[in-house]
Design a protein around this ligand. Structure first.
Ligand code: SAH
Length: 210
């Protein structure tokens, strides 16, 4: 199992990206650096070892696979895009023969986890921001779902969404216990992107769902 944060980042740098990112689903992979920092912090907080980790919108597996490298009881990656899950499965075999992730092809709206006790579940996710008009409030749906199934969650959001997140969490009786900013460099993935690379400021929140 991988222990140091740097080792985790090196392992995760081998994860393959989306082949044809679907702009409507806001598909972009979390960088190995941001993912390893997030997972390492979750592990230090006692939120990974022995827990069931749920990654909503697992994509090609960055956060699910990174969590699987840190001794959880189990990891479930939920994703509605079949082609992303195919890459995620390949990524598991590239990274380690010793880890297991249960991949579920489903929309987060219909997540079939009801039997597991909330106390044992940690959510880790990089939800769509709802930047696409047709996809407005997508991160709200993800937060809503994770609040139902997990006692704690880690999620990445657009830098300016803190007002919305605070309001939502309070409404749900939750508490934001930690937050920090990260800058992620996004590669050009769509024809309409004018620059080849763009730096975006984002925030990671640890939320306790009481
Ligand atoms: N967790 C991955 C991917 C983040 S991109 C990573 O950190 O690298 C967001 C992912 O959410 C995409 O793979 C997209 O296909 C998926 N997604 C978007 N809406 C969804 C929905 N309603 N249900 C399930 N997955 C969804």
């Amino acid at each position: 199992m991988v222990n140091k944060k740097k080792e985790l980042e090196i392992s995760l740098s081998k994860i393959s990206d989306f082949e044809n990112p679907n702009v409507k689903f806001e598909q972009y992979m979390t960088s190995a650096e941001v993912a390893s920092t997030m997972i390492h912090m979750a592990d230090m907080n006692g939120d990974i070892e022995g827990k069931i980790i749920v990654d909503l919108g697992a994509g090609t597996g960055m956060l699910a696979i990174g969590s699987a490298l840190r001794n959880p009881r189990g990891v479930i990656g939920i994703e509605k895009d079949k082609s992303a899950l195919l890459i995620a499965k390949r990524n598991v075999s590239t990274i380690s023969q010793e880890i297991m992730v249960e991949w579920v092809l489903a929309d987060v709206e219909h997540v079939p986890i009801k039997t597991v006790d909330k106390v044992d579940v940690t959510g880790i996710m990089n939800p769509p921001f709802g930047a696409q008009k047709s996809y407005k409030h997508a991160d709200r749906n993800f937060l809503e779902k994770i609040s139902e199934i997990a006692s704690v969650s880690y999620s990445i959001h657009n830098g300016d969404s803190i007002g919305f997140i605070e309001g939502f969490v309070e409404e749900r009786g939750g508490v934001i216990s930690h937050s920090y900013s990260v800058v992620m460099e996004l590669k050009k993935s769509q024809k309409f992107h004018t620059k080849t690379r763009k730096e975006i400021e984002m925030e990671v929140h640890r939320i306790r769902w009481e």
